[in-house]
Ligand binder design. Sequence first.
Ligand code: NAD
Length: 501
Amino acid sequence: MTTTDKKELTHWVAGKPIEGTSGRFADVTDPATGAVSAHLPLASAGEAAAAIDAAAAAFPAWRDTSLARRTQILFRFRELLNGCSGELAELITAEHGKVLSDAAGEVARGQEVVEFACGMPHLLKGSATENASTSVDVQSIRQPLGVVGIISPFNFPAMVPMWFFPIAIAVGNTVVLKPSEKVPSAALWLAELWEEAGLPDGVFNVVNGDKEAVDALLTSPEVKSISFVGSTPIARHVYETGTANGKRVQALGGAKNHMVVLPDADLDLAADQAINAGFGSAGERCMAISALVVVGDIADTLVDKIAQRAKNLRTGDGRRSCDMGPLVTKAARDRVTGYIDAGEAAGATVAVDGRTAQFDADGNGFFVGPTLLDHVNTNMSVYTDEIFGPVLSVLRVDTYGQAVDLINSNPYGNGTALFTNDGGAARRFQNEVEVGMVGINVPVPVPMAYYSFGGWKNSLFGDTHAHGTEGVHFFTRGKVVTTRWLDPSHAGLNLGFPQNT
Ligand code: NAD
């Protein structure tokens, strides 16, 4: 690729693209070929402030726009996205690397939140009590916050921002989105779609950048809330800094998701699902299964079934109908192979070795094939750390109780799954496991848009999960109005605390 083929990307502020002026840039690469595809401006604090100002200026008119009008724009956005979702999927594959069908799935899951938000008139209905006290009526209403900040990770360039902005916008907020600098084009594309859908200028803004832009959002008094998704150390920083600056914050962090297989499970089903959940999106999902906990004497059989399947997967360019694409960057690829080296050195058995796999791609893409490590223990770095790559570690335990203890001792608590045909064991598991999202014979239990997405422990800082009714609550403030319409002649002095009569 020559220099002239590279796209020059922008920010998106007040309804139009804005060139970067900070003088700082990042390269965006196509992970399947290793080629630089675009230059991305990294915002200065001043440029981030300009986006926040644009959002603040748009807020008064947007919050006073009728709910009917706001949802009409959302419906239009949905229709437009349905018409060109394939284009968005291609953009995602070109910058993230995930295979096209997976990128299309991500767009579809994001669209479900748009559809949920189209029902906002129902979700925003408050409550009212007539004659709560003599001639006194009470009503509760929910109102938007103002400017809200969204900071997203590289692994879902469209879906993760869409967990938040449809709801934030539908309830009357204005948005500044800071996408991952590795995959910025989806956010800019979505901004153009909003424009086409008729969203007023300034309601949805995109500021591209890194820590400088993030810290500008975290410290600006104009920004009332932060929705963050990314790794645990940054999630903690965002939560602590955002709350210290008076904002409400939901900061979703990293994960280490366990899939437990009991001896009575259907082992072919379990093997298929371990493959799907371990290697889908090259393991770059916060809900990926990375630890397979096998109970009892089925481990040899199950490992063999998974190994056979893993060896048949085709890894390569996501545009070539492969099963699995590359890692997002060269650094990510090197990090993953480093973990495989460390696991092997620590005594794990490399049952399938992704370091030596063949890849269907041109150029110098950032590939690692599916990797299966057996006989992993809890001291190995392949178990203690979030690898975020196509590496499935098998831990062997004797009892169900040991499996649950393993999960509950882990500092993360995002997702988990149990494979069994025993309803009693499943019921016990869902009750006692300390994880936010649980699958029973479902390996990646991502909640539907009308439920809420979020983990426990180091997988979420804050107390509100994403989308669903928790999302509506996060992006609104409650107000209770108490009303009395009395004849003025009934007034009188009474300095005591009001009591109901
Ligand atoms: P990351 O933490 O590196 O980056 C996330 C965002 O934070 C990006 O926008 C990035 O620009 C910004 N950022 C990075 N360093 C920063 C710093 N020092 N100060 C302020 N901002 C900073 O995460 P990533 O590598 O893009 O994404 C992968 C991680 O996200 C994994 O840990 C994965 O588990 C997690 N994730 C979690 C969920 C969830 O729902 N819990 C969902 C998706 C991804």
